[in-house]
Design a protein around this ligand. Structure first.
Ligand SMILES: [Zn+2]
Length: 182
């Protein structure tokens, strides 16, 4: 997996974050367009998972609060419980997958595996995974497939024999299985 640090132009984050969850997103564009669009508006993600490249791009460092989920629209019960009506950007890491075109598409297996790998290898698998649509009901429903796919892959890793194989080995095996699709 390639991990690229590519800051946005200008400061598009809060200086601190108290991470209680990972919020998952889909954008409706592609990498180049989304990067320049984010440079023009007051929004950001921590991480962006490319569609046809084995690559995660970091827009905002994980110890800052990115601007990815600042608005509520009929949040569900677990979101209310988790964030207690406060700004979710202060309490979460935002990860977005690259779409393939002009309308929302489902994430690829490779995109889900890359994020699962990132979460496990960075010791973040205890965090709840929230789809942006759980916070704002007008967001695309395709993001549920991203959330659930990542959750299943992490579960698969946890149920493997981790006495015999390290977590990293197991997740790398999952990545290898999907590598034909990257
Ligand atoms: Zn979103």
């Amino acid at each position: 997996m390639k991990y690229t640090v590519r800051p946005l132009n200008g400061k598009k984050y809060y200086d601190t974050v108290d991470v209680k969850a990972i919020v998952l997103h889909t954008d409706l564009g592609v990498y180049r367009g989304t990067y320049s669009w984010l440079n023009q508006i007051e929004a950001s993600y921590h991480l962006y998972v490319r569609r046809d490249a084995n690559e995660i791009v970091e827009f905002v460092p994980l110890d800052k609060g990115a601007w990815h989920s600042g608005r509520y629209n009929q949040p569900n019960e677990r979101v209310k419980e988790l964030f207690k009506g406060k700004n979710p950007n202060r309490y979460s890491i935002g990860i977005c997958y690259e779409n393939g075109g002009s309308k929302a598409q489902y994430p690829t297996e490779a995109q889900k595996a890359l994020v699962a790998s990132f979460i496990v290898n960075n010791g973040l698998s205890h965090l709840p995974l929230i789809a942006h649509r759980e916070i704002a009901l007008d967001k695309p429903r395709e993001v549920y497939a991203f959330r659930d796919g990542i959750k299943d892959l992490i579960k698969e890793v946890k149920t493997c024999d981790i006495k015999k194989f390290s977590t990293r080995e197991v997740i790398n095996e999952i990545i290898r299985r999907f590598s034909g699709k990257i």
